[in-house]
Write a protein of this length. Structure first.
Length: 202
């Protein structure tokens, strides 16, 4: 999506000997238009990952500390507020989707290097999104029409995250989408929620 900003010289600012008709013709020939690109899904680095170790945060009852293989040399540490929603036994060795180019942030003294992607409905039910069958750690998620060009780091409190996240939803078939277009892993298939349709993704 593009936001068009036109630079137009007001008629009242023109010299007295310049007519409105000349102004219009001149404007049509010389109009300056600036294009400002809205942040889109391609700036997110969403990858398949596998939770290889998990434990409860020693200083926060609602948080898990996860070691996640996202196809890098060493597992990442990712903290998730899922203790009240998903049993620890269901988290261990689970494959999921992770946003890995978030700016690292300390949560109760432990540095978190990403975010697990979940569906959340209006009743407060949370489900972890499911990668397509056969997807391996490190494979990335794409959306047609939005070239993948991830930012180095995205601040969760800044505009890029907020603008992109508002369009992340599951559709009525439980498929994860961005602006209505499915998330998918090349040659593997689409990303889904286990049961939640028309839910927010965050």
């Amino acid at each position: 999506m593009f936001i068009f900003i036109s630079v137009i010289k007001a008629e009242s600012d023109l010299p007295a000997n310049v007519s409105a008709s000349v102004t219009t013709k001149s404007y049509n020939r010389t109009r300056t238009t600036a294009l400002v690109e809205e942040p889109h899904f391609g700036r997110f680095d969403v990858r398949v990952g596998k939770i290889v170790h998990i434990e409860k945060h020693p200083d926060a009852d609602s948080l898990y500390i996860e070691k996640v293989d996202v196809g890098e040399e060493h597992p990442r540490t990712i903290i998730s507020a899922l203790v009240k929603h998903v049993a620890i036994e269901e988290m261990q060795n689970r494959s999921a989707l992770f946003l890995v180019n978030l700016k690292p942030i300390k949560m109760r003294g432990v540095l978190s290097e990403g975010m697990i992607m979940c569906a959340l409905n209006e009743n407060g039910t949370i489900e972890i999104l499911i990668p397509p069958p056969g997807a391996e750690s490190g494979e990335f998620v794409q959306v047609d029409g939005y070239e993948r060009d991830p930012d180095d780091k995205i601040d969760v409190k800044k505009r890029v995250f907020e603008v992109v996240q508002r369009y992340l939803k599951t559709n009525d078939q439980r498929v994860a989408t961005y602006k209505g277009k499915p998330w998918y892993v090349a040659d593997k298939g689409i990303v889904m929620s286990p049961t939640l349709s028309n839910a927010t993704i965050r």
